[in-house]
Design a protein around this ligand. Structure first.
Ligand code: G3P
Ligand code: CA
Length: 240
């Protein structure tokens, strides 16, 4: 049965990557939540998608050039609606502490530039260890060098590569990296291109599917999971 992951929380109805979006998603019978992580100026892993604060907070400029205190002084909800003014950019720690009490999987996507990959991973690893979350998290990234490194370092940890293009011979590529997870941009790969991956035991999770017809198509092809901003709609379609 295809699993449903709430992409950036229930981001179709709430400001993305905020605690209210995560908590609303967790009220649904979903399987997991996806979120994006970057470092602040003072090296704290926080949950935000863009490299700048501009789109999703009241702050301006690069995330990496602001301290946690500065970032927490901005609302992360008003860009979406004034009613979400109290929402702040969560720290990863805050999300882990909350998620530990839930039965959800957490897909932590590591963002950020390649030259900061070690710092980001060390900070995230510390938290996963501190809260004993190794069995509850999936670490994914567009940075496949980082995913290969993580998988070697912590073989028990579930990882995934994220790809944004069609892939030629993806199975051998995935096997070279040593990961079990393949997160691909749904419109760019065909069912018969991902099926051999599933048959080989790869965990195949297309993103980010919001269109009803595409959701139906993904459920029919029995992919491992889908990422969607509208998990409540995806769950209805899955039941049909
Ligand atoms: O992890 C899948 C998806 O979240 C990757 O794209 O830009 O939404 O982080 P993006
Ligand atoms: Ca993401």
């Amino acid at each position: 049965m295809t699993e449903v992951f709430a992409h950036r929380g229930l981001s179709g109805l709430y400001p993305e990557n905020t605690m209210i979006a995560f908590k609303a998603a967790a009220k649904l019978p979903i399987d997991g939540i996806e979120l994006d992580v970057q470092l602040t100026k003072d090296n704290v892993p926080i949950v935000i998608h863009d490299v700048t604060l501009d789109r999703t907070t009241e702050g301006r400029g690069m995330v990496r050039e602001h301290t946690l205190d500065q970032i927490r002084s901005y609302s992360a909800g008003t860009w979406y609606s004034e009613q979400f003014r109290v929402e702040k950019v969560p720290t990863l720690e805050e999300v882990l502490v909350w998620a530990k009490e839930e039965t959800l999987k957490l897909n932590i996507e590591l963002k950020g530039p390649a030259w900061e990959r070690e710092e980001l991973w060390e900070a995230v690893k510390l938290l996963i260890d501190r809260y004993n979350m190794i069995e509850q998290v999936i670490i994914s990234s567009f940075d496949h060098v980082l995913i290969a490194k993580i998988q070697k370092e912590v073989p028990m940890l579930e990882t995934a590569v994220i790809v944004v293009s069609g892939m030629y011979q993806p199975l051998s590529y995935i096997q070279t990296i040593g990961t079990k997870g393949f997160h691909y941009f749904f419109p760019l790969m065909l069912e018969h291109e991902v099926k051999p991956l599933m048959e080989a035991g790869v965990l195949v999770r297309p993103y980010t599917i919001n269109d009803k017809q595409m959701l139906k198509k993904a459920f029919q092809s029995k992919v491992t999971a889908i990422f969607t901003d509208y998990p409540h709609i995806a769950l209805q379609l899955k039941d049909e």
